[in-house]
Ligand binder design. Structure first.
Ligand code: NAG
Ligand code: NAG
Length: 356
């Protein structure tokens, strides 16, 4: 009886382990190989060598790019240099990004920028830049005012809150308010690692404004990119290891109502919305195992996915570009501006492609 019980227990444990491993392989697309999709005329952006993790493009074609992210288990080509925000003018065919100077008093030496988002004040045209910052792996949302003439950022405030202990991305909805995705339930780096490999739907979306901070969505495995529809009625949140875009209706009191979940069958990272068509663009990871276990001989590839008509019954999902890492590695975002596509990466370079 004792032996039988032991055999049964071992069997149950093996079955559980097998189930978790299968689940893991699916979520990380461990065995996925990239089927290339090429776009003519692509070129790498000069001077970006250590990531272009997130990109936000202003209506006048100025693109803010966060570069130099340091993140646990992720490759860095400039591990000793602080991160920066660089500005790229998409109206200027030269494609030469310039680093933005940051006002005195802000600790640039520990700057570790991740997701970013802009907000334009309708009254006076002021551009606010919100940046997720991880100095010493903390999680802080920095709010800057963009000073276009001086090509600089004036630091206004640092937002910290217990509900914002593991922010991945943000979308600004006012000069001091934003929605943020939470990527991990745990804050400890080792526990994050365990959580990511096992996979639990314990993260979500938080709404922040001074005096009102609350969780407004739950049930995501790893909340990642977040964006707002052009009519400002919907919020789109990427669930990284669940391969979905989660669509929420934004209510007057800033709460969110789940509308639908669209499976794009890829590990999507940051999201952006085409300002003209409303299509959702995302940089995705064809194989997450390769992203977290970097090998120069077999690097992680890149994928750009476009989702059209997400609110219809049959959204159209197109793989617009895919590369095995020979050109660009670890794509994390894709933005469009007037027939141009800009692809950012977690730790590698940035790619510019004309769209026909
Ligand atoms: C952008 O991509 C990075 C890569 O992981 C992701 O961690 C981050 O959350 C994303 N941020 C945005 C703005 O989507
Ligand atoms: C990636 O693709 C290029 C050409 O498309 C090929 O030469 C190269 O061997 C591939 N690399 C890997 C690691 O598969």
């Amino acid at each position: 009886m004792g032996a039988l019980l032991k055999i049964t227990l071992v069997g149950v444990l093996l079955a559980l382990l097998g189930e978790r491993i299968t689940h893991f392989c699916h979520r990380f697309l461990v065995f996925n190989e990239v089927v290339p999709v090429e776009l003519p005329g692509c070129q790498l952006v000069k001077g970006i060598e250590a990531g272009s993790e997130d990109i936000d493009v202003l209506p006048n074609g100025l693109a803010f790019i966060s570069t130099g992210l340091k993140f646990p288990n992720v490759k860095s080509f400039a591990p000793d240099d602080p991160g920066e925000i660089v500005l790229l003018d998409l109206e200027d065919g030269d494609l030469s990004p310039v680093p933005l100077r940051i006002s005195e008093g802000f600790d640039v030496s520990s700057f570790n920028p991740h997701g970013l988002s802009t907000y334009i004040d309708e009254k006076d045209g002021t551009v606010y830049l919100f940046v997720v910052n991880h100095p010493q792996l903390q999680s802080i949302v920095e709010i800057f005012k963009f000073q276009e003439e001086e090509r600089s950022l004036l630091h206004l405030k640092s937002v910290k809150h217990e509900l914002l202990s593991s922010v991945n991305d943000i979308v600004a909805v006012g000069p001091e308010s934003f929605y943020a995705t939470i990527d991990f339930y745990f804050t400890n780096a080792n526990m994050k690692f365990v959580e990511m490999y096992l996979g639990f739907p314990w993260t979500g979306v938080v709404y922040y404004s001074p005096g009102d901070v609350r969780q407004v969505a739950t049930g995501l495995y790893n909340g990642n990119g977040i964006a707002i529809s052009n009519d400002k009625k919907y919020i789109y949140a990427a669930d990284f290891t669940h391969h979905t875009i989660n669509v929420f209706k934004k209510n007057k009191d800033w709460s969110l109502t789940p509308v639908k979940v669209v499976d794009v069958n890829s590990i999507l990272d940051n999201l952006s919305v085409d300002p003209v068509t409303g299509d959702i663009w995302t940089g995705a990871h064809p194989n997450l195992y390769k992203l977290f276990n970097y090998s120069p001989d077999d690097p992680p590839g890149s994928e750009v996915i476009r989702v059209q008509n997400i609110h219809s019954d049959n959204p159209i999902i197109t793989r617009v570009y895919a590369n095995n890492g020979s050109v660009i590695q670890g794509s994390s975002c894709a933005s469009v501006y007037k027939g141009q596509l800009l692809v950012g990466t977690v730790f590698h370079r940035a790619l510019h492609c004309p769209l026909k």
